[in-house]
Design a binder for this molecule. Structure first.
Ligand code: COA
Length: 166
């Protein structure tokens, strides 16, 4: 399947909002936001967030089928690093290389910008996402206890990073 990746802008706000809500509903371990928080966001607010340029979209036949946050650090002392996430691909595109295309586009963009380390957090029980990140060379560095509470229940997440060679 042929996928393309582009930076999401205000014009993608309505589609991105729908996908984000779908992701929060289907994969609670994959998102920090609750379904209620995802439902409350307006298209205008989504447009404002996308206008900052920190979200990459994955397209299949001109439809948005996935997205990933990509946030390079700006300060002199930390700009070798960038944070990735949230990372979401619609279920029908799982296991088809879609997520890999999105990740590789981010890796290429980061390398071109001189970023040397990608970083992310993933719930310790999100086995599929962990399998995906490890397949792409992310290494587990630490576990963050009680980093998230879902309906009052404490959860932990792993901190992963991937070194990029310029
Ligand atoms: C995480 C996500 C982007 C990965 O995309 P994907 O297309 O499903 O990933 P892939 O199929 O390429 O890779 C997953 C790997 O984990 C493996 N895997 C699947 N389930 C697994 C499990 N229960 N335990 C261990 N490994 C597992 C798969 O076999 C695959 O490895 P392989 O290609 O060597 O067989 C996608 O599943 C998704 O959007 N999930 C919902 C949102 C989410 O959880 N996002 C992550 C937030 S941190």
């Amino acid at each position: 399947m042929t996928y393309s990746v582009e930076t999401l802008t205000a014009e993608h706000a309505a589609d991105w909002l729908k996908l984000r809500l779908e992701g929060a509903e289907l994969y609670p371990l994959g998102f920090l936001i609750t379904v209620e928080e995802a439902s409350e966001m307006t298209v205008d607010r989504a447009a404002e967030i996308l206008s900052f340029g920190g979200m990459r979209g994955l397209f299949f036949q001109s439809q948005l089928v996935g997205f990933a946050g990509y946030r390079p650090e700006r300060l002199a002392r930390t700009r070798h690093r960038a944070e990735v996430g949230p990372f979401y691909i619609r279920t029908e595109h799982h296991g088809k290389g879609a997520a890999g295309d999105l990740m590789m586009a981010i890796v290429d963009e980061a390398k071109s910008a001189g970023v040397e380390q990608l970083e992310l957090f993933v719930d310790t029980e999100n086995a599929r996402a962990i399998g995906f990140y490890e397949k792409f060379g992310f290494e587990r560095i630490a576990t963050h206890p009680d980093g998230v509470r879902i309906d009052g229940n404490s959860r932990s997440d792993h901190f992963y990073n991937k070194k990029l060679r310029p």
